[in-house]
Design a protein around this ligand. Structure first.
Ligand code: GLU
Length: 478
């Protein structure tokens, strides 16, 4: 029987769910779905000093927005929550004790001051900073006496001599000399484990088959492999994902703009487009195909196709992927997605107007700029209302003629021949006349198609706006 696929996303609640982490969530999710496995969310809240209470909300709502739910966790009011490491301290203590009993770990009473001094000396001597095993040789009697006297030790792993090979599905094998590894603290004096102990214990305990995570954790992997060896456990398959760079080729971070995936929602991106885009950060199906919905990603996803070269976060690419997903929505669905961005429009007006903009948007945030004219009358009209090659007086005359035309019928696309004829009569280009009319009706040179927009406004509103435009131009002449 093959080992069941069980994967996890294991964030520390120290900040928002940023796009790089969302990519990690996605790859874990895709792999789990593809192999009918389980995707686990484990909150690694063992560093009390870095705990940020707003982080959990960002992680949960980010994952929810992307639609990448997790599969199991402790019961919580009929539902299941994620695992929290802070609720599993007994397990880490028992495992720490097991390592001490096996001679793989030892208590250390060194004060922060001594450690700082040691590091200073090592730095000055140009040596790597490592714990000097000062407490390794303490006898059982002394340890007992110091604990009874109220001293609280940390527990350190006793890194054996030799070499450690990390097998990674993306990176291949990397050999580390154990002398490069410090005697890492496993249990801190505040009673919490460090990341290394907790993560190895949990990955084993939760029967994680594949550890899929960002490649900043590759440096910790030798410690983890050593710990697996000390416990006598089989390590999972490691899959370190390539780093995500910003456009300036430095590691993607807050400096590059959005720190949280939820900011992308607010910037007008669809979750399905975000998923499609994130999937291509370090992975590609190799077919040239670029438009993927979640279920198609599940189908196509293979760990073997993850690249080992850095991925670049290109927002222009995200814009174009978003445009594709916007156009793939049904008209009703598209209108529904627009709703939070154009709160001024009634549902009926929005439903009628949405098809006019669906083909020409890359982000939902463009909607107010394109549609607000439907509910807000133009105020001061931009100068482009007078075409470059025409003059003010001529423009007034043209607008007056347009007004007369609009008096005779409800505006719609059938008006186009009459508009062309009018342009010709005045020696204007059709484009010039359309632009002047567009600005008079909407206040902007960039709008949805003109005549359908005029139709939505209705004849009376168009007349009113033409009057206003003519009035404004007459005042400009005086
Ligand atoms: N807690 C680590 C983090 O914040 C998890 C690393 C891992 O996946 O092992 O990303």
């Amino acid at each position: 029987m093959p080992v069941p696929v069980r994967v996890r996303f294991a964030p520390s609640p120290t900040g928002a769910l940023h796009p790089g982490s969302a990519r990690t969530v996605l790859f874990n999710y895709l792999f789990a779905r593809k192999h009918a496995g389980s995707f686990i969310l484990r909150i690694e809240d063992t560093d009390q000093s870095r705990y940020d209470p707003s982080s959990l909300e960002s992680i949960f709502s980010g994952i929810r927005w992307l639609g990448l739910g997790w599969d199991e966790g402790p019961e919580k009011g009929g539902d299941f929550g994620p695992y929290f490491q802070s609720q599993r301290l007994d397990l880490y203590h028992a495992m720490g004790q097991q390592l001490i009993d096996g001679g793989h770990a030892y208590p250390c009473f060194c004060t922060p001051q001594r450690l700082e001094q040691l590091r200073d000396e090592q730095r000055r001597a140009g040596k790597p900073t490592r714990y000097d095993r000062h407490c390794l040789s303490l006898g059982a009697g002394e340890i007992k006496a110091r604990v009874e006297a109220g001293e609280i030790p940390v527990i350190r792993m006793k890194v054996p001599q030799g070499q450690t090979v990390v097998h990674d599905l993306v990176r291949g094998d990397t050999t580390f000399d154990n002398s490069s590894q410090d005697d890492q603290v496993l249990l801190k004096s505040d009673g919490f484990p460090t990341y290394h102990l907790a993560s190895v214990v949990d990955d084993h305990e939760m029967r994680i088959s594949h550890v899929i995570r960002g490649d900043e954790w590759l440096a910790s992997a030798p410690k983890h492999v050593i710990l697996y060896g000390m416990f006598g456990w089989e390590p999972p398959v490691f899959v370190h994902l390539p780093v995500v760079l910003g456009p300036d080729k430095t590691k993607l971070s807050k400096r590059h703009g959005a720190a949280s995936v939820l900011e992308f929602r607010d910037m007008g991106y669809l979750p399905e487009a975000m998923l499609n885009f994130l999937a291509f950060l370090g992975w590609s199906p190799g077919t040239g195909e670029e438009f993927f919905k979640l279920e198609q990603l599940v189908e196509a996803f293979e760990l073997e196709k993850i690249q080992d070269s850095p991925a670049v976060f290109d927002q222009a690419k995200l814009d174009s992927v978003n445009g594709l997903h916007l156009r793939a929505l049904s008209p009703a669905e598209f209108a529904a997605r627009l709703t939070p961005f154009v709160s001024d429009l009634s549902p009926d007006l929005l439903a009628a107007a949405a098809p006019l903009v669906q083909e020409r948007m890359q982000r939902l945030t463009e909607a107010p700029g394109l549609l607000n004219f439907l509910v807000h009358r133009p105020q001061v009209l931009p100068d482009e209302i007078v075409p470059k090659k025409q003059d003010l007086a001529g423009t007034i005359t043209v607008l007056q003629d347009l007004r007369t035309l609009f008096e005779t019928k409800e505006p719609d696309e059938s008006m186009e021949p009459a508009l062309r004829a009018l342009a010709e009569k005045h020696g204007w280009k059709t484009g010039e006349l359309f632009m002047a009319l567009r600005i008079a009706l909407t206040g902007s040179p960039v709008t949805p198609p003109l005549l359908p927009s005029a139709k939505l406004l209705g004849r009376n509103e168009c007349l009113l706006r033409l009057d206003h435009a003519i009035g404004q131009l007459i005042r400009r002449r005086q």
